[in-house]
Design a binder for this molecule. Structure first.
Ligand SMILES: *Cc1c(COP(=O)(O)O)cnc(C)c1O
Length: 397
């Protein structure tokens, strides 16, 4: 997945052109910048590639989620439905606004189970936030039907699946809002950066203002701008955006490499009795950043993971035991450890996750192994890796 593997001349040239003017900020300094607006340029490229009217670049994927939520008016006490399998940024962005993360089971797509989503809706629910983990997507069609029925927003976290699609639409563009991360280990990177996309002009305008202290960006005298509402600073720098300008042009090339490598690995382990694959919902095309498969039991999955690592199959993950990505290890969330006092809405109404039953999620995650698909492998390396996976897994099963 990581775009940093193929960091080359175009990235360097883009950064150099920013260094040549010395204007590292995305707003203002019109006279000095020699016509260069890297953040704007990247927003235009993303808008085109994602077939979406509006794009707001920000400083990270986590910032994109926060700004997306706030741009749609989400605040203290609002409930946001999110999956048990995701990155910690999901609940961080929700809690940052005093809103309440409502954890919901996943299914064999390794993303939100639509039936569990519907069962979790209350009078406070405002948003359903599917997270397209490890290269593939949630059943967006089913989730959209639920959101329309209950008048909820659909916010896609497409940070790990950029370049994939659903019913012909780029992932991130199917819901009301979509978010991407360009951190250092994502399919395309800016070093640090993120973006939200939407066809809703009001949300976009709110995001544009909010991410820059509430500045209205009217006129060309920054000091004289007014502030229609409170904001924050989630700006991206021109240096980061410049790297993104080079990388976004390579997105389709990167996805094609991932698909090629993924297919080699998948073919090797297809047909081994006991190995099954993560379900990709009908109408979906993954970005192939991970190969995700199930083993018959939790015990066998754990043992297989250990054996794969021992045999040199690195970048291989057993999320069930992972600190970052599965609810079981989110003790700081479940016991609400915060530096300062949290909003009353959160401390009083956050469900007691130490007592929750997520056995349906455990059923899938306990048996899941994910293998990262790299961009820089040679054909020989991929073939060797596939053969190694086949022999290690066959031996155990
Ligand atoms: C990386 C990631 C984020 C957050 O992105 P940052 O740019 O690292 O803040 C959010 N959600 C998912 C699923 C991610 O993988």
């Amino acid at each position: 997945m990581p775009g940093f593997e193929l960091f080359g001349d175009s990235e360097k040239a883009q950064v150099q052109s920013v260094l040549d003017t010395g204007v590292l900020m995305r707003y203002g300094f019109d006279g000095m910048r020699n016509g260069q607006w890297k953040a704007k340029e990247l927003e235009a490229s993303l808008s085109k590639r994602m077939q979406t009217e509006y794009v707001q670049l920000v400083s990270s994927g986590t910032a994109a989620l926060t700004v997306a939520l706030v741009s749609a008016g989400i605040g203290a006490g609002d409930e946001v439905i999110m999956p048990t399998f995701t990155f910690v940024a999901s609940f961080e962005s929700i809690l940052a606004l005093g809103a309440i993360p409502v954890l919901v089971d996943i299914d064999d797509t390794l993303t939100l189970d639509p039936a569990a989503v519907e069962a979790a809706i209350t009078e406070h629910t405002k948003v359903v936030m599917p997270v397209h983990m490890c290269g593939s997507m949630a059943n967006l069609k089913a989730l959209k039907v639920i959101c329309e029925k209950h008048d909820l927003l659909l916010l896609e976290d497409a940070c790990q699946a950029i370049g994939g699609s659903f019913e012909g639409k780029p992932l991130g563009s199917y819901g009301d809002l979509g978010c991407f991360s360009f951190d250092y280990v994502k399919t395309i990177t800016c070093g640090e950066g993120g973006a939200l996309i939407t066809n809703n002009e009001k949300y976009y305008r709110n995001a544009d203002h909010y991410s820059d202290h509430g500045h209205d960006h009217v006129g060309n005298d920054r000091g004289a701008e007014s502030h229609p509402f409170l904001g924050y600073n989630f700006r991206i720098s021109e240096l980061n955006a410049a790297v993104g300008c080079a990388q976004v042009e390579r997105l389709d090339e990167f996805v094609a490499i991932q698909k090629k490598n993924y297919t080699v690995l998948k073919n090797q382990i297809t047909g081994i009795n006991g190995v099954t694959f993560r379900r990709v919902p009908a109408g979906g095309i993954a970005n192939y950043s991970f190969l995700n498969f199930f083993l018959p039991t939790q015990k066998i999955a754990k043992k297989t993971h250990e054996a794969l690592i021992e045999n040199g199959v690195d970048a291989c993950f057993y999320w069930f035991d992972n600190n970052w990505h599965y609810y079981k290890k989110w003790e700081h969330l479940t016991t609400l450890k915060s530096l300062g006092k949290l909003p009353n809405e959160v401390s009083e109404r956050l469900p007691d996750y130490t007592k929750s039953d997520f056995s349906k999620s455990d059923h899938w995650m306990g048996r899941t192994i994910s293998v990262l698909v790299k961009l820089s492998w040679s054909a020989e390396e991929v073939a060797e890796r596939g053969q190694k996976m086949k022999s290690v897994i066959s031996e155990i099963l």
